[in-house]
Design a protein around this ligand. Structure first.
Ligand SMILES: N[C@@H](CCC(=O)N[C@@H](CS)C(=O)NCC(=O)O)C(=O)O
Length: 283
């Protein structure tokens, strides 16, 4: 009897999931769930994790370009086999209603830009020369990123790596200062440049005390070297199109706490376990 009840419950939740799978409703996958959702025949679907900066780039571009999609939160700690088989289990992945799977954040972002050309915000300046200058700025900023990855990788516990972050903070700070209260490229609306780097800068904003990573801000003298960053991040986060999708701060607190407690030498991957609770308190 109990078994029957459990079975009908599973059938019910499967039916519910099947119905949801064809809508714009967000789905949080179960950790280690090996079932690939049926393709959403009505909408684009983005497999992602809210705290993944590469996924956040895509969410920002899609929000600004008003691209509609179904959002599926993936567990990167206990991955689905289909995801591993597709791209090693990396997020983001875009799935089209025809069932095509597309990887790489830059490529996925471009799909949205081309699909909704003329809609929403011009994340690529209309003037080709301005667009070229913006792209060159992205290339330059890319060369500043390594110390950020190294601080993430060492969980903020390696003083040398934290020190190496200082020039990166200073360069972003200068760029923001130069924009004089506007977005990073000196525009009234965000461009691709903002979408590309805010997801990394906002992790610093979220490391304010009582976050376990606060020592990074103290040791890198963030208040001096990154004095403009928080105000800039808040400008991005309060943009009406970005407010609903920016990185969840409650989830960020949980993730970094989990990371600090994780076995040394083993990468602490993003998990979905704290997301349902965290999403209740966003933004
Ligand atoms: N080049 C990829 C990088 C994506 C990436 O590194 N995503 C991370 C999450 S922030 C990931 O999937 N990590 C899990 C893993 O690599 O196993 C892109 O731009 O889409």
């Amino acid at each position: 009897m109990q078994q029957l009840a459990a079975m009908s419950c599973t059938v019910m939740s499967l039916r519910k999931l099947l119905r949801h799978s064809q809508t714009l409703d967000q789905i949080i996958s179960e950790p280690n769930s090996q079932d690939k959702l049926e393709v959403n025949k009505n909408h684009l679907r983005l497999y992602e994790h809210n705290l993944c900066p590469f996924c956040t780039r895509v969410r920002y571009v899609y929000a600004l370009k008003e691209v509609e999609y179904q959002n599926v939160q993936m567990d990167l700690s206990e991955k689905a086999q289909w995801h591993v088989d597709f791209n090693g289990g990396s997020t983001p992945v875009l799935e089209t209603p025809a069932g095509d799977l597309i990887k790489e954040s830059a490529v996925i972002a471009q799909v949205g830009i081309e699909m909704n050309a003329g809609k929403g915000v011009d994340v690529i300046p209309k003037d080709p020369i301005q667009a070229a200058k913006m792209r060159l700025q992205i290339e330059e900023c890319n060369t500043w990123m390594m110390p950020i990855y190294q601080v993430y990788g060492s969980r903020g516990e390696d003083p040398e790596k934290v020190k190496n972050l200082i020039p990166t903070l200073q360069k972003f700070n200068e760029l923001i200062k130069k924009a004089d209260g506007k977005f990073m490229f000196g525009t009234d609306e965000p461009t691709l440049l903002d979408c590309w780097f805010t997801p990394f800068l906002e992790t610093f904003t979220d490391w304010r005390a009582p976050n376990v990573m606060n020592n990074v801000l103290v040791e890198s003298e963030y208040d001096v070297n990154g004095s403009e960053i928080d105000a800039y991040v808040n400008r991005m986060r309060s943009h009406p199109k970005l407010k609903p999708v920016y990185m969840n701060t409650a989830a960020a607190a949980k993730h970094w706490e989990r990371t600090r407690g994780w076995e040394k030498g083993v990468k602490c991957q993003l998990t979905v376990s704290y997301l349902a609770e965290a999403f209740k308190s966003h933004p």
